[in-house]
Design a protein around this ligand. Structure first.
Ligand code: NAP
Length: 439
């Protein structure tokens, strides 16, 4: 079959990322087309609202509200799904693949939840599906895991994969802003959505971890398999204690790690040493450490979101797919193989069975016997204390008492906290922050 000289593209979504992709293609067109070996032509763009004011203007007639204009057009080779969300994105993706369209998507939500169905459909219909922008925006971490490190038994992934929470934690650390103030700053800067729930509660990071871990460990990890905690209970006081007393900083960590024949997958705030490789990943930047049995530890760093970095990742996928279309080999080689479970990983570890050191902040009445009662319950649950901090407060006030433990079993810690939280002098639910390995 003759090589294709024009690659026709249909886009779904023309928001932050879609407009970034359009701009990038306009700016670097000659370079991109030289790499593909063909012209790259955006033919149609599906949006919700034709009347909306946009920063990027396109030729008349290019925008449509009808998905059929893209999917029923036999000339369109590649569909870029840049609308986000679960539905109708899932339906559109499946429909496009069934009609033989190659796919590039940035949609972590739909991929992490409907992975099996989407990848199986790509295989059944022999189409390419690429999704570099779905995790960590501009950082090519999917390609690194999928291709560069493919020969390794990956042993761990430690990542800061959500820029919004990372920005908030930095503002709380450096400018002593409250969580609420820092969140407002993130919203003003356009980092956080009007509804930032999925960032704050850790679910956005969990979506990304589900994709990364599934690829890295050749084991399907579902979002609901991941233990998830957000950052909304962290206070400036905790950040200060951690820094002054223990030389640690708080980061929202996405963790996937093999222990024997089990895989741990979790997202939660984590206290890491100030000299940890990821401690300097600040603001809206993302950073990921991936360790493999032969390669050792590798690190990926860059902007995890934003129109331009995300467009860079989308366009790299598009160049790849464009080359396949040009050479008439699109869909011939699947880029995902993890549907076959990894025989070395027998199960996912239950959260109660993980081990960590713990930062525990008890908010208690300043009374005689408080510390001994807490210590007794911790001891009864096989939890050893490494250090205790109680800052001077005005008499009669409730006071924070911070205890850092040696490594303990999560279920023992949860059991102990249940009992301690029920004691009459405890004024607030105890705050727990894990001080993880990953060092
Ligand atoms: P966005 O600015 O909200 O844009 C979404 C676009 O999709 C809009 O053009 C919207 O049309 C269109 N759209 C939404 N629902 C639609 C529907 N039912 N029918 C037709 N069109 C519809 O979103 P974004 O920030 O560009 O994100 C797009 C994707 O990239 C998401 O999956 C997101 O998770 C992913 N991503 C984003 C970033 C980032 O930094 N923004 C980073 C990594 C990955 P209207 O314009 O007419 O409203």
């Amino acid at each position: 079959m003759a090589e294709k000289s024009i690659i026709q593209i249909g886009m779904i979504g023309f928001g932050n990322v879609g407009q970034g992709v359009y701009r990038l293609l306009e700016k670097n067109r000659s370079l991109i087309e030289a790499k593909v070996g063909a012209q790259m032509r955006i033919k149609k763009i599906v949006v919700r609202d034709l009347a909306k004011q946009r920063e990027v203007s396109v030729p008349e007639g290019m925008l449509t509200t009808n998905f059929d204009d893209v999917v029923s057009d036999p000339e369109i080779d590649v569909v870029l799904e840049l609308m986000g969300g679960y539905e109708p994105a899932r339906t559109y993706l499946l429909d496009a693949m069934r009609r033989g369209k190659q796919i590039v998507t940035a949609n972590k939500a739909v991929l992490s939840v409907h992975w099996d169905e989407i990848i199986q459909t790509a295989r059944d219909h022999k189409v390419d599906i690429y999704f570099e922008a779905a995790v960590c925006g501009g950082i090519p971490v999917i390609q690194a895991i999928n291709d560069g490190l493919a020969a390794n038994n990956i042993t761990s992934i430690y990542g800061i994969v959500n820029g919004t929470t990372n920005f908030i934690l930095q503002k709380m650390t450096e400018e002593k802003k409250s969580f609420k103030e820092a969140l407002q700053m993130a919203q003003k800067k356009g980092l956080a959505e009007a509804d930032p729930t999925l960032d704050i509660n850790g679910m956005d990071a969990a979506h990304k971890l589900a994709i990364l871990a599934s690829l890295a460990f050749s084991k399907r990890v579902k979002v609901e398999d991941i233990y998830v905690e957000g950052i909304d209970r962290i206070t400036v006081q905790d950040i200060e204690f951690a820094k002054e007393e223990f030389g640690r900083v708080v980061k929202l960590f996405a963790i996937a790690e093999v222990e024997g024949d089990e895989l741990e997958v979790r997202v939660h705030p984590t206290l890491i040493p100030e000299d940890h490789l990821l401690a300097k990943v600040d603001g809206e930047y993302n950073g990921v450490l991936v360790t493999g049995d032969f390669v050792g530890t590798t690190m990926y760093y860059g902007l995890g979101a934003g129109s331009k970095p995300t467009a860079s990742a989308v366009m790299s996928d598009l160049i790849y797919v464009g080359r396949s279309v040009h050479d008439n080999v699109a869909g011939e080689i699947s880029n995902c193989w993890f549907l076959n479970d990894n025989p070395q990983i027998k199960r996912l570890k239950k959260m109660g069975d993980i081990k960590s050191r713990y930062y525990l902040k008890f908010t208690v009445l300043d009374q005689v016997g408080v510390l001994s009662a807490i210590s007794r319950i911790l001891g009864e649950n096989q939890i050893s204390i490494a250090s205790v901090i109680q800052k001077e407060q005005k008499k009669g006030d409730k006071v924070p008492v911070v205890i850092v433990t040696y490594e303990a079993l999560e279920k023992n810690v949860q059991e102990a906290l249940k009992k301690i939280n029920g004691l009459p002098f405890v004024q607030e639910e105890t705050l727990l922050i894990r001080m993880d390995r990953g060092e």
